[in-house]
Design a protein. Sequence first.
Length: 360
Amino acid sequence: MTILALAVKGLRDAVSRPKMVFVLWLGNLLAAVPLYLLFTGAFNASLGASGLARGLAAKTDMNVLLEILTTSGPAIRDLVRAALGLTLVYEFAWIFFAGGILQTLLGDAAAPFASEFFSGGGRFYGRFFRLTLFSFLLWLPAGALFIVFDGILSAVQSDPNREQLGFFLVLARYAFAFALLHLIRMILDYARIRVAVRDSRDVFAELGRAVRFVLGRLGRTLALYYLLGLAGLAILVLFWILDSALPKTTPAAILAALVLTQVFIAARSGLRIASQSAQAAFYLQEIKTGGGKAYRLAAPASAGAAQDARGKMDQGSEKIQAGVQGDADQAERQEEKPDQRVEEKDQEGQRPTNDKQDQP
C-alpha cells in the first residue's frame, strides 16, 4: 500500500467513526468552556459601561484589548492561569484519548464503541503516561541540536546590514524548530502504536525501537505525516475562507461562525484519528512485508483471544489477523537479532571443516 493510499485509508477510517470524533470534540469543548466563562466575565466587566463596546460587532477596535488589559488586570491573570492549568489537564486527557483511539482501531470491530474506547484509554494510560515522561529524553537532544543550529545561523548573520538575509534566517529557525517538534511527536505516535500492537509494558524499550523505526524509514514516515498535515492545512484554509465570508454583524451570523468553529474542531479531531490509523497501518505493513503488500490491521493478542472466546467474528478473518500478528512478531524478533543468525550460520558452515581436521 502506497503512502497516498495509507493516508486515504486513515481519512476514511476517521470518517467512518463519528462516535470517536464526537468524544474528542466533547473533550475540547469541556476544556474550552471554563476559559470562555472567565473571558466573557472579564470582557463584560471591562466594556459593560464603555463607549468602545458600541459598534464593536460592526468592526474590530484594537483599543478594546488595551482597555481590557488596563482595567481587568486581576481577571486577566486568572484567565492566563486557568488557560495554563486547563492546557495541562487536556494534555493528560489526551493520553487517555490516545489509548482509546488505538484500542478502537486495533481491537474488536464488533465490540461496542464505548467499551473499546474507554477500556483502551484506561488500559494504556499508565504506559502512555510513562512514555510521555520518557519523551523528555528526546526533547533534550532536540533542544541541544536547535541551539547548535541557531549558533550556526547567528555566525552566518554576523553582518547587521544584510537585513534580507536575516529575515530568511529567522524563517529557517522557525522551520527547523517546527521540524524537530513534529519529528518527536511522530516518534511518540509510533511508540504508542508499538505498545498497543505488541501489548508491551516496556515503554522505554519501545520508545527506542520507535526511534530506530522512524529514522530507518525517515522519508516514508515523514511523507505520510506531512501528507496528513497538508489535509489539516486544507481544512484550516477552508475554515478561514468560510469564516471570513461571514460578516458577524448580526446574531445569526455570529451563531453561524460559532457552529463553523465547532465543525472545524471536530474535523481536527478526525484528523488525529486519521493520523493514528494511517501510521498504525504503515507500521504493521512494514513489519510484515517491508511495505510491499497491504493487509488489514491486526488486533492485539488479548483482543484476539476475546474474539475467539465470544465467537463473534468470522473464523477466516480471525486466522488472517492472527497470522498477521504472528508474522509481525516473528519479523520483529528476526530484526532485533541479526547477529545471532549470522553466528549460527557461520558455526554450521564451520562444523564439517573442523570434523575433517580432527580426523587422523
